[in-house]
Design a binder for this molecule. Structure first.
Ligand code: NDP
Length: 457
């Protein structure tokens, strides 16, 4: 069932299991323990060959995957990742997490994930188009708007979704809402590009309001926020934070980190320059005319967490396992009291241990929100895109943004209430554990539905 050759998947499996066991769930619902071995095996894994031609006319081959994890709550739903590190262990961990995350949105979506070890960096638009066409030539046999609806993830943005959607339409002769993250003129939803980053900030806003016992909309004013990553999630999280009066003190990519020197954070113009550079697959370090030495320091090969000085909030938004135990301890020592993941499984098990033990030991506690709760805004608006496609309508920006806010807000409340309901004695007097609340609430929703559908007995 759980094979050590799949370290990322094993990590995700163990993290869920440990939090479920450290609660009263299995005492209250002992039948769910039997479900774990069932729920942890994907319903189906598709692996295929992707053959395409580069601009020099040479044949290239990559591995393509789609992990169709769980379809109990709706069609499989989850992104496609194009990155050289992609393998089955990574896609299984992402699909497993996605199953519970999608349950937390309250929408009808199962869980899945897919992608390829194709590296879009250094490729021309024509090469990316030819790759997407070849990838969809096989994937189109396995997906459909009632079966499996992929979206973007690392390395897959609006350009790639366009090429993939066009290829699906040609191969299947069908215009259908089979992908989300589409362009606005061909079935996309307003706010989908922004959704994960905005949703993350909305989740943290609710967390701050709850912790500070206020309804004020000004909870971000003057707060120093460390961000990692500089892609889709980080860019829109940064823009929303700036809008709400926070000071964004860091951004990073796979080559290094920029940190502000003083109290003036990143500006919207600087984020726009990052967005332009990343569309062309350029590294942050190339932006020397934007990130001038008087305001920023650059740290080659480093992540932000030990470099940012005093911070109130940390939002990992790059990739899995991007916060180690030592970095988590450094964040706590720097005054950070709120951590929420834009990335999936952004924190290592050691980092989660640091955050959770600090929650128990510090008088004022600490708030740690895992990706499956804090970044579910992206897939939530994908769900709203599916709803609009089914009805052949387009909702306004304000309408989608309001629904996104409500979903994030409800998700936070569900995590808090579930954590309280299933906490064991030792935890009962402490701040609610958001990671436990998220894991238990997502698990119960899928487990109950699987029971009703006769998927385990
Ligand atoms: P992008 O491809 O737009 O950006 C990824 C960013 O992370 C880039 O800055 C990239 O650096 C950096 N990065 C990637 N791999 C590494 C690595 N191994 N070490 C250091 N930095 C790295 O992806 P997204 O912003 O869409 O996704 C970021 C995270 O958010 C992922 O974990 C993803 O699964 C998660 N997520 C995304 C959602 C979405 O809607 N897009 C939804 C929910 C979660 P560089 O530019 O140098 O490659």
């Amino acid at each position: 069932m759980v094979r050590p050759s799949e370290p990322e998947f094993e990590q995700a499996y163990n993290e869920l299991l440990l939090t479920l066991e450290d609660s009263s769930l299995f005492q209250k619902k002992p039948q769910f323990r039997k479900l774990l071995p069932v729920i942890s095996v994907p319903e189906r894994v598709i692996q295929f060959r992707v053959v395409w031609e580069n601009d020099a006319g040479e044949i290239q081959v990559n591995n393509g995957f789609r992990v169709q994890y769980n379809s109990t709550l709706g069609p499989y739903k989850g992104g496609l990742r194009f990155h050289p590190s992609v393998n089955l262990s990574i896609l299984k961990f992402l699909g497993y997490e996605q199953t519970f995350k999608n349950a937390l949105t309250g929408l009808s979506m199962g869980g899945g994930k897919g992608g390829s070890d194709f590296d879009p960096k250094g490729k021309s638009d024509n090469e990316i188009r030819r790759f997407c066409d070849a990838f969809m030539r096989e994937l189109s046999r396995h997906i459909g708007y009632n079966t499996d609806v992929p979206a973007g993830d690392i390395g897959v943005g609006g350009r790639e979704i366009g090429f993939l959607f066009g290829a699906f339409k040609r191969y299947r002769n069908s215009w259908e809402g089979v992908l989300t993250g589409k362009g606005l003129s061909w079935g996309g939803s307003l706010i989908r590009p922004e959704a994960t980053g905005y949703g993350l900030v909305y989740f943290v806003e609710r967390m701050l309001q709850y912790a500070l016992k206020t309804d004020s909309k000004d909870v971000f004013k003057g707060k120093r926020v460390a961000l990692s990553g500089s892609g889709n999630v980080a860019q829109y999280a940064a823009l929303k934070l700036i809008d709400l009066g926070a000071i964004v003190v860091s951004l990073s990519d796979s080559k290094g980190t920029y940190v502000v020197k003083g109290d003036e954070g990143f500006t919207t113009a600087e984020i726009a320059a990052v967005a332009d550079a990343k569309l062309l697959h350029r590294d942050l370090v190339s932006l020397t005319s934007t990130f001038v030495e008087s305001k920023f320091t650059y740290h080659a090969g480093a992540r932000p967490w030990t470099l940012v000085g005093k911070v109130d909030i940390a939002l990992p938004c790059a990739t899995q396992n991007e916060v180690s135990g030592a970095e988590a301890a450094a964040l706590v020592a720097a005054g950070c009291r709120y951590i929420a993941e834009g990335s999936n499984m952004g924190s290592t098990m050691e980092a989660i241990d640091v955050f959770e033990s600090t929650r128990r030991s510090l008088p004022e506690g600490i708030w740690y929100a895992p990706g499956k709760a804090a970044n579910c805004g992206g897939v939530a608006v994908s769900g709203l895109e599916m709803a609009q496609n089914s009805q052949r309508v387009s909702w306004t920006r304000e309408e989608v943004d309001r629904k996104l806010f409500e979903i994030m807000s409800t998700c936070f409340d569900v995590c808090v209430e579930t954590a309280k309901e299933y906490s064991i004695e030792d935890d009962a007097s402490k701040l609610p554990s958001i990671v436990k609340g998220a894991n238990i609430a997502g698990f119960i929703k899928v487990a109950d539905a699987m029971t009703n559908l006769g998927d385990f007995y």
